[in-house]
Design a protein around this ligand. Structure first.
Ligand SMILES: [Zn+2]
Length: 299
């Protein structure tokens, strides 16, 4: 269980002052932070730098950061193969917890299954993606869909994070040609059959967040230098944006004198002020960006 091990170390890193969110971009930083902590130096090294290469490597690292174990459990009811191409992802709510759902899928009386189920600490797989799960109650949808069960009783933020992580790093790249997540092909169960399922899960915000994270993972970005974490200071008020360009969403403004932590620098939109400009943007600790022309960086 490598994943569990990494996660435990991540927790130690937290105590040393690195904030951890389970967003993918941030996990990469964490990965290098851990590397530097474990192998290069021991102790407080917030500004220690590590080099990161292009996005191919990034993706590989993301995939190796398996934070929750994925365990094959199987299901009693399924149909081998598919009679239609797989083109739809259907989201279900368990109406209970992971272990209950897993045992129900082994039960002779259940007559149902799904491809996988996500819980708080584990992800269980029941039916291969190439096979048809007895999941939606509508056969024409079963044959074309991948069905994910999400624990919704209790529904916690960890469960939702695990579900997003599993979809973005395993299901979507492997079974949907890494298609960008959107609501045209990711449906709640209730959209294909009258049901309450997936009760308690707001599918619109869930898929919107998946799309945002997918964009973050696929953003073409030239990473110039990635300090694990370094300090900067604002000398001219600057807007914080979701991407390194002026067309992205403005989240807030940092004012003159404000200090901040940042993770690295990236190439983005070229900004020119009074005939002087550059295309370097600062990748802030919270995952967002500000243009470098307004700030002083320590690294
Ligand atoms: Zn359902």
């Amino acid at each position: 269980m490598d994943g569990q091990y990494l996660y435990d170390i991540a927790y130690v890193a937290t105590e040393q002052g690195t904030k951890i969110t389970r967003e993918y971009g941030r996990d990469i930083q964490l990965f290098f932070y851990l590397l530097s902590t474990l192998f290069l130096i021991h102790g407080r090294h917030k500004t220690r730098t590590a080099q990161r290469e292009e996005s191919g490597l990034t993706k590989q690292i993301i995939k190796s950061l398996n934070m929750v174990p994925i365990i094959w459990k199987g299901a009693r009811y399924k149909t081998t193969g598919r009679s239609a191409p797989l083109d739809t992802l259907v989201i279900h709510g368990m109406g209970g917890n992971l272990s209950g759902t897993t045992s129900w899928f082994q039960n002779p009386f259940s007559l149902v299954s799904a491809h996988a189920g996500v819980g708080e600490n584990e992800i269980h797989e029941y039916v291969k993606a190439s096979d048809t799960a007895w999941a939606t109650g509508v056969w024409s949808w079963n044959v074309r869909s991948y069905n994910l069960e999400i624990q919704n009783s209790p529904l916690t933020s960890a469960v939702l994070e695990n579900a997003k992580w599993y979809l973005l790093t395993v299901v979507i790249p492997t079974h949907f040609a890494d298609r960008r997540p959107d609501r045209s092909w990711i449906l709640p169960h209730k959209q294909v059959k009258p049901t309450q399922c997936p009760k308690g899960i707001d599918i619109d915000s869930f898929v919107e967040d998946l799309g945002r994270r997918w964009d973050d993972m696929h953003r073409e970005q030239v990473v110039i230098n990635v300090p694990v974490k370094a300090e900067g200071k604002v000398h001219t008020a600057v807007k914080v944006r979701t991407a390194p360009n002026t067309t992205s969403q403005i989240l807030r403004t940092m004012k003159k004198g404000d200090g901040f932590w940042y993770l690295g620098k990236v190439e983005g939109e070229n900004i020119v002020v009074n005939n002087i400009g550059n295309n370097i943007w600062v990748h802030l600790e919270d995952g967002n960006y500000c243009w470098s022309g307004c700030v002083k960086l320590s690294n």
